[in-house]
Design a binder for this molecule. Structure first.
Ligand SMILES: C[S@@+](CC[C@H](N)C(=O)[O-])C[C@H]1O[C@@H](n2cnc3c(N)ncnc32)[C@H](O)[C@@H]1O
Length: 195
């Protein structure tokens, strides 16, 4: 059993802040621990729930997490401080694309949980900052069944679903990646950079 902050989960539910599902977090923690990943980048902090879960349930050294929304970023900052994790979690209040374009850091694990339609645009930059043997763990690849065709794609989601299809095609065909897609949570893609 992993350790999760129940109050933050409740806050997410009550304030309609999207946060990772329990089985997604279980799988995320297991993947980080099995790969012994030490330096993590998270795209999409929200209020810090998954950052804190990763810090408290793995031996990672650092987590950099990027969030565009200012009020969520401020709440995440408070939550990280409450958990005394400021020395391991660094939060960035900016557009993830700008962060990854300009980052001079490298990571051995990337938790991709930001805007779903952008995953495909992020991928070339992520490949530059992901170490060889590093992992991209991408959430919501099924997007509630709209990607798999289980439910019709709603009008407002068309561009996003198209972007997710492109991302899935790319991670499955990119010769530098070894990818498996798991029917866990809302669909999870694990891509290991093999060269
Ligand atoms: C699914 S939530 C993240 C949940 C979080 N990982 C957790 O489980 O606690 C996605 C977040 O990405 C943020 N986001 C959306 N577009 C973004 C962008 N362009 N750059 C950075 N963050 C963005 C949203 O504001 C939202 O808080």
């Amino acid at each position: 059993m992993i350790n999760l902050d129940k109050d933050m989960k409740e806050y997410g539910k009550n304030h309609k802040v999207p946060i990772s599902l329990d089985d997604t977090l279980d799988f995320l923690i297991k993947t980080i621990n099995d790969s012994n990943s030490k330096h993590i980048l998270e795209i999409g902090t929200a209020i810090g729930y998954s950052s804190i879960a990763m810090a408290e349930n793995t031996n990672c050294i650092s987590i950099d997490s990027v969030e565009l929304d200012h009020s969520r970023y401020l709440l995440a900052k408070e939550n990280v401080a409450k958990h005394n994790l400021q020395d391991r979690i660094t939060l960035y209040n900016e557009d993830a694309l700008e962060y990854i374009k300009n980052s001079d850091k490298t990571y051995d694990f990337i938790y991709l949980d930001g805007p779903k339609g952008q995953y495909i645009n992020y991928l070339p930059y992520l490949m530059k900052i992901l170490k060889v043997n590093g992992i991209i763990f991408a959430d919501n690849l099924y997007f509630h069944g709209m990607v798999t065709g289980a439910i019709p794609v709603s009008k407002g989601c068309r561009a996003m679903i198209k972007g997710l299809h492109k991302y899935i095609d790319e991670i499955n065909s990119n010769p530098n990646l070894d990818t498996k897609i798991y029917d866990i949570g809302d669909g999870i893609g694990i891509s290991k950079r093999i060269k």
